[in-house]
Write a protein that binds this ligand. Structure first.
Ligand code: FES
Length: 298
């Protein structure tokens, strides 16, 4: 039994899992066919933030404006307000389609309750979007009252869908940087490994101050340290493939710079937490980067 009202409602709809099982493999196949570049764009890697929440602002803002202009038109019979309502409705439709594509990209890795919630979110948004497209068509045919009614219904459904999207982030942690929930790591240098135990091409996970750290030696010889837990869904980076001075997460193939922690390929978009290193008396020592600590919600 879920812990929120939305979870309890969605958990009573097991047919959503059937929809997910049929749809998810196809979504993955289509997105994977586009290659790394398409995946990185949809995930928001180049923008360093998840793209879906950014794009959802377009329909939310545009359709809120439609609501205002429709109200003005109804009150004043203003042609300018009417035109503005139609234009913002159309803009919102375009934005909603773009948001849907990036939302599908985020959803393709989910399982269990979060996947089910994602299906409910997507189906409600599809219903709302369909009504808003119908509204635009009705307006174009001169059926303005019916168009306004279709829009009001669609916009209300989109509002409910947006709530479920919020649940996915705030309750399930979708697209949240998992590194911020880890311990800070040591604020002074502490020895973690004998230098001789770190081979030139290898990676070693060490644990210090309650946090897992991935040590590696860059091709230039520099010793580097980033969080060992992938900030996407907490995959174990020490089990990933090393490609030059980058590591590929074994779970969903995010690729990170081993020295800076920067996300080079998604789905992760945030940099891994970074640690300073030095060698003293034959031991590798690490300490936390102050930026890791500043980022955390206290
Ligand atoms: S856990 Fe998903 S890419 Fe690492």
């Amino acid at each position: 039994m879920g812990s929120t009202i939305s979870e309890r409602v969605v958990d009573r709809l097991p047919w959503l899992d059937g929809v997910a099982e049929k749809t998810q493999p196809k979504v993955r196949e289509v997105i994977d066919r586009g290659g790394t570049t398409l995946r990185d764009v949809l995930d928001g890697v180049w923008f360093e933030v998840p793209l879906h929440p950014v794009l959802t602002d377009v329909p939310i803002g545009s359709w809120t404006a439609t609501l205002v202009f429709d109200g003005l038109d109804a009150a004043t019979d203003s042609k300018a307000a009417r035109n503005a309502a139609d234009a913002t409705l159309a803009l919102g439709i375009v934005g909603a389609i773009a948001a849907a594509v990036t939302g599908l990209s985020d959803w393709r890795y989910l399982s269990g309750g979060s996947r089910r919630m994602g299906v409910a979110h997507g189906l409600l948004n599809t219903a709302g979007l369909t009504l808003n497209i119908a509204s635009l068509a009705l307006r174009a045919k001169g059926s303005r009252s019916a168009g306004r009614l279709a829009f009001l219904t669609g916009f209300s459904i989109n509002g409910a869908a947006a709530h479920l999207g919020g649940e996915l982030s705030y309750n399930y942690g979708l697209r949240v940087n998992r590194n911020v929930f880890e311990q800070d790591g040591p604020d002074e240098y502490v020895p973690v490994l004998e230098e001789s135990e770190l081979s030139d091409s290898g990676m070693r996970r060490v644990e210090v101050g309650g946090v897992g750290i991935l040590l590696s030696r860059a091709q230039g010889g520099k010793i580097c340290a980033i969080a060992a837990t992938c900030n996407h869904f907490s995959g174990p980076l020490q089990e990933g493939e090393r490609e030059g001075d980058t590591v590929v997460c074994p779970w969903h193939k995010s690729r990170f710079d081993l020295c800076t922690g920067q996300a080079i390929d998604g789905p992760a978009v945030f940099p891994q937490s970074h640690y300073h290193t030095r060698v003293r008396n034959g031991n590798i020592e690490v300490k936390a980067d102050a930026k890791n600590v500043q980022k955390k919600v206290r």
